[in-house]
Ligand binder design. Structure first.
Ligand code: GLV
Ligand code: GLV
Length: 331
């Protein structure tokens, strides 16, 4: 029997490629850490059994229409809003993701954004580099907000929201949460109270977003929600950009409806070089790097390869988002 064929849309860690090569003929996009051009993806997907792709690739009906033999799309991310899962399921194609291993790393980054925003770390660093540190010390120099003792409102109490709650405890913060699916099991375990969204916005000093992007969560935080937040509050987002209405975020920051924000994800990535957000002092921005530690990015690659290989071997993948595919494939 011919060896299965696999296409990987980005240069990845060797551990993952080695694993794939044990079971398949593997081709990797040669681009220098650039997303694969759409036309090339459409061409490459034609005769492969497995595709390992990134959140920068939109895997939609058009891609599936080209794919004659595809059995699995392995997403190198936990979020899979870039994939039309219904379309995959209809065709008996598994979609897999990388949950769990990036939880703590992502929460570390969310907390770093929270701290950096509250304590104006980036502005202060810029001040020194601009050689503008003129007075030795001042009572009001880069004066920010306390973190300890404050209330952290978690929107989305999944794995990452839970990890964020644990960090809040270490800083003697009070944590409350909102989630469309109430998690009574976790409420006891974490000592965290469920709070309707509007109440959470009104009560929190920091609001941190940890929901997946779906039709329901698109623009979950917009003008109306900002108006309910404290003027002294900060918004942290490490989930997906479109969960927040970015125009409304800009207005809220500019008009000081809220005090600041720490943002890792944007409505359009890369962020437009002319984005007005860049002009603001009260926002700390990072380019979608929340899971970017060497340990986690390597583990994600191995997990994505493992998921893909298990489908090639006729097994159910360990991390699938559409397990119902099994029934479709049996028909
Ligand atoms: C990154 O954003 C991920 O979803 O893993
Ligand atoms: C995503 O991994 C989450 O459950 O928060």
């Amino acid at each position: 029997m011919a060896r299965p064929k696999v296409y990987v849309t980005r240069q990845l860690f060797k551990e993952a490629i080695d694993l794939l090569e044990k079971h398949a003929d593997v081709e990797v996009f040669e681009g220098d850490d650039n997303p694969i051009p759409r036309e090339l993806l459409l061409k490459k997907v034609k005769d492969v059994d497995g595709l390992l792709s990134l959140l920068t690739e939109k895997i939609d009906k058009e891609v599936f229409d080209e794919a004659e033999k595809l059995r699995v799309v392995s997403n190198y991310a936990v979020g899979f809003n870039n994939i039309d899962v219904n379309e995959a399921t209809k065709r008996g194609i598994y979609v897999t993701n990388t949950p769990g291993i990036l939880t703590e790393t992502t929460a570390d980054c969310a907390f770093a954004l929270l701290m950096a925003s509250a304590r104006r770390i980036v502005e202060a660093d810029k001040n020194i580099r601009a050689r503008e540190w003129i007075h030795a010390w001042g009572p009001k120099m880069f004066i920010g907000a306390d973190v300890h003792g404050k209330t952290l409102g978690i929107i989305g109490l999944g794995r990452i929201g839970t990890a964020m709650t644990q960090r809040a405890k270490g800083f003697n913060m009070k944590a409350i949460y909102y989630d469309p699916y109430r998690r009574e099991d976790l409420e006891k375990e974490l000592g965290i109270g469920y709070t309707p969204l509007d109440e959470l916005l009104a009560a929190s000093d920091f609001v941190s977003v940890h929901v997946p992007l779906t039709e329901e969560t698109h623009h979950l935080i917009g003008k109306e929600q900002f108006s309910k937040m404290k003027r002294t509050a900060y918004l942290i987002n490490t989930s997906r950009g479109p969960v927040i209405d970015e125009k409304a975020l800009y207005e809220a920051l500019k008009n000081r409806t809220i005090a600041g924000a720490g943002i890792d994800v944007f409505e359009n990535e890369p962020l437009d070089r002319n984005s007005p957000l860049i002009e603001l002092d009260n926002i700390v921005m990072t380019p979608h790097i929340a899971s970017a530690s060497i340990e986690t990015r390597t583990a994600m690659a191995v997990m994505a390869a493992t998921n893909l290989v298990s489908v090639l071997l006729g097994k159910e993948p360990p991390n699938t988002v559409n397990p119902e595919v099994k029934a479709v494939r049996k028909k």
